[in-house]
Design a protein around this ligand. Structure first.
Ligand code: PLP
Length: 362
């Protein structure tokens, strides 16, 4: 079976060695005589799996001791509600920066729970950059500020962490988690759906500073209450066992290659291959402002919707899959997460050159 280069925004590629390890363990994990999928989450074998996954993630991201790591379900979208339910007091305020669709959804969800305002947005410019803010952009009495650190659909990323002063910063990192080092101590909460850069769909990671636990509103469902989940080591109920196991293998894969510094070096190299090419020609247009470019999601268009369509379909035939942009924006998007090998990006650029030659614009 030939593997293709899968540029899907999510679920997306996993490292081949991780998939092979999963296959080897599929029917019987170690000496257990059963698959991880069949294991009790309270068994000693599984206990070792989840503890190692957490320990490896802590090492990888250099997570300070006063932060809890939670392995939850519901996707990043459930956290759009969990964030206000855990952090926004009744009658309280929260500030949102809207830099794309997901942050827009998070903002809309939070509005159900209190005085929630959009303090900055790049919507008027089709989300081609992330808005700049200063401490003064935020209300002094806001319970938190929410951002989406990497905007999967538009291909933008914050060049630096916004300064919110003493106000806890909450970040959706679904599409850039573990792609490069981040200073966790600058955030109150980091959350991420796993299916972009960590594991199969079904797992949601939450990293939360301990002093932010215990503030949940009375109506917060038990399953969404971070404190309950923290007190039960993510095992208040059955966790997404298999996904946590795969996430653990992915953490180990990155640690073995040299950690997030090394991962970043590779990701920068991959992204530069694409951006350097995009900047060197005028057949394709990269709409994102340079300082906001994402390392993970690279968007471009030909300027002709029919050509864009042809591009995605011919690329797919050449083994370069899922290059069609998000249904809401069109054009092309190459998601080049951790598991995308450099050869995949090189193959894409070669295809782009060839396509441009064979399909001159009128
Ligand atoms: C994919 C994505 C989401 C939605 O994730 P689900 O796990 O499907 O809910 C939210 N935010 C960002 C930044 C994403 O990339």
């Amino acid at each position: 079976m030939n593997r293709v280069y899968n540029f899907s925004a999510g679920p997306s590629m996993l490292p081949l060695s991780v998939l092979e390890k999963c296959a080897a363990d599929m029917v019987s994990y170690g000496e257990s005589g059963m698959s991880v999928m069949e294991m009790s989450h309270r068994s000693p074998d599984y206990d070792a799996i989840i503890k190692k996954a957490e320990a490896d993630l802590r090492t990888l991201m250099n997570i300070p001791d006063n932060y809890k790591v939670l392995f939850l379900q519901g996707g990043a979208s459930t956290q759009f509600a969990s964030v206000p339910l855990n952090l926004l007091p009744v009658g309280g305020k929260a500030d949102y920066i809207v830099s794309g669709q997901f942050s827009g959804k998070a903002y809309k969800e939070a509005q159900k729970y209190g005085d929630v305002v959009e303090v900055a947005s790049s919507k008027a410019d089709n989300f081609t950059y992330v808005p700049k803010t200063t401490r003064d952009s935020f209300r002094k009495d806001a319970a938190y500020v929410h951002i989406c650190y990497n905007n999967t659909i538009y291909g933008t990323k914050y060049p630096e962490i916004p300064d919110t002063g003493d106000i806890p910063l909450v970040a959706d990192m679904s599409s850039c988690i573990i792609s490069e080092p981040v200073d966790v101590s600058k955030f109150g909460v980091i959350y991420a759906g796993a299916q972009k850069n960590m594991a199969p769909a079904g797992l949601t990671l939450v990293i939360v500073r301990e002093d932010l636990l215990g503030r949940a509103r009375p109506e917060c469902p038990t399953m969404l209450d971070w404190k309950t989940m923290a007190e039960n080591d993510s095992m208040y109920n059955t966790p997404p066992c298999w996904c946590i196991y795969v996430a653990g293998l992915v953490y180990e894969w990155i640690l073995n290659m040299g950690g997030l510094e090394k991962m970043k070096e590779i990701n920068v190299k991959k992204a530069n291959i694409l951006y350097d090419y995009l900047d060197s020609q005028d057949y394709y247009i990269a709409p994102v402002k340079k300082e906001s470019r994402s390392l993970m999601n690279v968007t471009f268009v030909t300027g002709d919707a029919d050509l864009d369509k042809k591009f995605a379909s011919e690329a797919a035939k050449a083994g370069l899959k899922n290059l069609k942009g998000h249904r809401s924006v069109g054009g092309m998007r190459a998601s080049i997460y951790n598991a995308m090998p450099i050869e995949g990006v090189e193959a894409l650029v070669a295809f782009m050159k060839d396509f441009a030659e064979k399909n001159p614009k009128a």
